[in-house]
Design a protein. Structure first.
Ligand code: CS2
Length: 462
């Protein structure tokens, strides 16, 4: 039997959705139907509606792929979320979607939805590369907002839920530029772009995570997602058309999300990327496995306390060191099965806000961020496509062609590789690329990684 409304009577009562399927009209449009959205905003929204009501069904928009969309359509838009940890797991069916749309084949439906007065919130999980000027998702968002202006459909909040610095402000700038001067006054008046910090580790589904969900439910769920039990959502409270009572689901509504967002980008995502590149090079399949590498935890603790912490002003009551330790404990849970190559993908889009901002802050203060530079060196070795044991590594990155071209034209020495990659201005701003101290340190680390491999370099370093 397959998950869907008729199957709900057959699944264990504690797994059933908090609101009946199809009962809540659309109030939110969400762009991006990935695993993260389903395990994060969809869960918060269902809980908020169950606790406080409101017409906040989510119209989910799949940009290109139809795999998740088809699975959800066959299941009356229901899917399950499994919280998995070494201590055990729990599975719940979530009923958050009120409609589903495929943007690539029906862009007009997305435009109509964004222009619908019943919709008062638009949320996005389009990943870092979705914010490149000219991206399809941004184009649709802007068309939808212009149609909304034309229809005089009232104020709306547009909420970026991606891991970008000042994500709200950044998206606002992109939308205002793309919409043109004519729309500026209306946008300023009617559309807000609250900043957010989103957090939950949600690895891509695998055959075994799908089997675990089916085992818990007793029915098959082809849209099942699985993630850590921990979750956090910090949201700037600026919703001119109202919003779900997300605080009833544990979200923190605040005037300024930036301290949280910076803390998370640099000390969670930055450290995640460090483990991903070093781990993948050392032949480790998962993040948790990589963390068992002798010396790596100590090295990451030094990265957090010596390089990352001095550049951050964390939220009240939080220390960067304490936050960093809790992050490492989350990463270390073997039940997650988060693959190093998944976190390693799209490095060109991730490195700047995760690692390079840390390096620039430290350099501006006159210090030498050894550990943060090691992360960049590991990325430089990773993009060359071979693990320490000679196995091939995937380069899944929108800049892959440019990276390969530069590497092919450069001498294969550490210095040649460093200079070739530092020349990628879209990643490395001139002040960083021309910093002799950083360059020399990159060459040193790349030489060490090439000579001794990651395991020995890490074991000897911290
Ligand atoms: C990860 C994030 O894949 C990645 O790049 O660093 O997806 C991470 O798991 C989440 O941001 C956790 O909130």
């Amino acid at each position: 039997m397959r998950l869907g409304a008729p199957a709900l009577a057959h699944i264990p009562p504690e797994c059933r959705p908090l609101v009946p399927p199809g009962a809540v009209p659309t109030g939110i449009v969400h762009l991006g139907l990935g695993a993260f959205h389903r395990a994060h905003q969809a869960v918060y929204t269902e809980e908020a509606v169950a606790a406080a009501g409101g017409d906040w069904g989510i119209a989910g928009v799949a940009p290109r792929s139809v795999t998740v969309l088809d699975a959800l359509r066959e299941q009356d838009r229901l899917f399950s979320v499994t919280s998995a940890s070494a201590r055990g797991s729990a599975t719940h069916v979530v009923s958050a979607f009120s409609a589903l749309v495929h943007a690539a084949s029906d862009p007009e439906a997305v435009v109509r939805l964004i222009a619908d007065p019943a919709v008062r919130v638009v949320t996005l999980t389009i990943t870092e590369k979705g914010y490149a000027p000219g991206s399809a998702a941004l184009g649709l968002l802007v068309r939808g907002l212009l149609a909304r202006r034309h229809a005089d459909a009232g104020p709306v909040a547009v909420l970026s839920c991606d891991n970008l610095p000042a994500n709200g402000r950044h998206l606002r700038g992109l939308v205002h530029r793309a919409a043109g001067d004519d729309a500026r006054e209306w946008l300023t008046d009617q559309v807000t772009f609250p900043g957010t910090m989103v957090d939950r580790i949600v690895p891509a589904a695998t055959a075994s995570s799908l089997a675990r969900a089916a085992g818990a439910l007793g029915v098959e769920d082809r849209a099942a997602v699985s993630g850590e039990p921990y979750r956090q959502w910090v949201i700037e409270d600026d919703f001119p058309g109202g919003r779900p009572a997300w605080e009833r689901a544990g979200a923190v509504l605040t005037a300024d999300a930036q301290p949280w967002e910076r803390l998370k980008l640099r000390s969670l995502n930055g450290v995640h990327s460090a483990i991903a590149y070093l781990g993948a090079l050392a032949g480790c399949e998962t993040i948790a496995q990589a963390l068992t590498m002798p010396g790596l935890r100590a090295l990451l603790t030094r990265l957090i306390t010596e390089d990352i912490a001095p550049g951050l002003r964390p939220p009240d009551g939080i220390t960067v060191a304490g936050y960093g330790e809790s992050v490492l404990a989350r990463f270390a849970d073997p039940a997650l099965g988060h693959r190093t190559v998944q976190v390693a993908m799209d490095g060109s889009q991730k490195l700047p806000q995760r690692v390079l901002h840390t390096i620039r802050d430290r350099r501006a203060a006159g210090s030498i961020p050894r550990w943060a530079v090691l992360v960049v060196a590991a990325w430089m070795r990773f993009v060359q496509g071979r693990a320490d044991d000679g196995r091939e590594l995937p380069l899944d990155d929108p800049m892959a062609a440019e990276i390969r071209e530069r590497l092919a034209a450069a001498p294969g020495t550490p210095g040649g590789v460093v200079d070739a990659l530092l020349g990628l201005r879209a990643i490395f701003p001139a002040d960083l690329a021309e910093d002799d101290v950083v360059r020399a340190l990159l060459v040193d680390w790349l030489t060490a990684l090439g000579r001794h491999g990651v395991a020995a370099t890490v074991a000897g370093a911290a």
